[in-house]
Design a protein around this ligand. Sequence first.
Ligand SMILES: [Zn+2]
Length: 243
Amino acid sequence: MISSTNLPTPARALAIGAHPDDIEFQCGATLAKWSAAGCEVSHLVLTDGSKGTWDAEADTRELVRTRQEEQRAAALSLGATGEVVFLHHEDGELQSGLAERDEVAYWIRKLQPDVVLGHDPWKRYRLHPDHRHAGWLAVDGIVAARDPHFYKAHDVAHHRPGSLLLFEADAPDHVEDVTGFGESKIAALLAHRSQHVSTMSIAADDDGTQLEAFGDKILARLAAAGANAGFQLGERFKLIDQL
Ligand SMILES: [Zn+2]
């Protein structure tokens, strides 16, 4: 049930994703829209993406470096002017304990976002553990960041964001109108070249047909997400405000 649309453009936004490319898939067009309107968008990527290949012989250290470069290129494609921060936890082994919460709270305090975007930890029937843990870290990291008696060793002041938008939401209730920003989202996704084969069904010897089909699929998803709210293209979230 959609009950709200279009937050005011925040001055600063922080998107927290488990892996390189999660943020672009889930909220890339919203970030592109806000960046175009002057918002400082930062990315916090929790894992190193080292298992993101179907090639059993791959050099995973090289893959990690490649995926960091791809993530930076993707952020630029969205027009992001903030930081791209990597926490380097091993792909597939992310935890959401006090030490990881400390790290996320630190970056929320340091970057001072008005809006935080993250995975919905309450999403049912989701298999990947990193997405569940990343969701808890966004939620629990905000609670720790906003109050002064948590993690007093931080050299930055406590900070309370105004809103949390959970993506891949179990019960979405908010839509951002992203009409005009579909191509930016597709460009940012395609910047993750190491994921073309495994995640985007674009073969190395594709003649352009599969690449075009991928773009069409993304636009169709955005169109479906925007339809109920009367938008040509949309991205859906669970909105939690009054943090
Ligand atoms: Zn992921």
